[in-house]
Design a protein around this ligand. Sequence first.
Ligand SMILES: Cc1ncc(COP(=O)(O)O)c(C=O)c1O
Length: 356
Amino acid sequence: MDLRITLTKMPKQLPDDSKLGFGELFSDHMFNMDYNPEQGWHNARIEPYAPIMMDPATMVLHYGQAVFEGLKAYRTTNGRIQLFRPDQNMARFNRSARLVCIPEIDEAFVLLALKKLISTDKKWVPMAPETSLYVRPTIVAMDSFLGVRPSSTYRLFIILSPVGAYYPEGFNPVTIWVTDKYVRAVRGGLGEAKTPANYAASLYVAEVAKKAGYTQVLWLDAIEHRYIEEVGTMNILFLINGELVTPPLGGSILAGITRDSVLTLARDWNIPVAERPITIDEVMAAHKHGSLQEIFGSGTAAVISPVSHLAWQDQVLTVGRARVGPMAQRFYEAITDIQYGRAEDRFGWMVPVDEA
Ligand SMILES: Cc1ncc(COP(=O)(O)O)c(C=O)c1O
């Protein structure tokens, strides 16, 4: 497929690298591609960043038929630009698409377009330490139609947002609130898809947790309300008695690429790993017996997010004396060192953008 490029005549002012937030600013260009049943995916183009015109009856606005991805481009110490395991994001994009009846994409082509877009906007990849360019590929249903059925037309777009260091002043541990009242996703539902419904389902509960004084929600399974699933928009890992334990990917959890990277490193370092169901009662008991060493979340935005406190029913646990544990620190450094080219990429995770 051809990829047309139209450059902007009005480049925006570049932001100050030292003052970047998350997801607030967007680069000069975006990638767009359309789908209809006659032509399949077609009309691939990089063009100036612009609003998308939509009829008020556009199906995505009513029924939420959409999928998205999130990954980052990093500027290495020698000035090159590279992506972290983008093939995994493309594969997950298609897995999510299948679950909400969106036609699959050619993963290799979309990855090529994504690299080309970053290359076009390479001056938007920030230089300051631990900053990056967040990449958001999205597909939305475009039929103008009121009625619940899969759309026949779609728009795929990719936008870029320069983002600041997640921990500008060192690790900022999260406090988490465990709920057996509200649920995020159920087995057999959409939990393993990166689709807006899952995020809409989390909003109200996140506000309840915030009001109670906690930063994130720990989700339990939707049937028995015992098995741990995810934390906020991250996967979760426990270090219990020297073993790294994380819930299995049973259909209601997003298959995090950071989670997979942590497990790969742990196995490489000969740390015992168990992907198995774990209940909130087991975590409470491990804490009581002194075997709960660390809890941390994993995800693209923060990489590793140590947990300092966990509130469940009438108890509040303090994890690892509320200090960042050595295991969380080790994973954080190992992964970010690979991402920024400070360490050898032994697993072949990094994909250069430069020659796209
Ligand atoms: C619900 C949810 N779980 C887990 C993750 C972590 O996935 P990844 O490590 O691929 O960013 C994310 C973020 O992308 C998420 O939104």
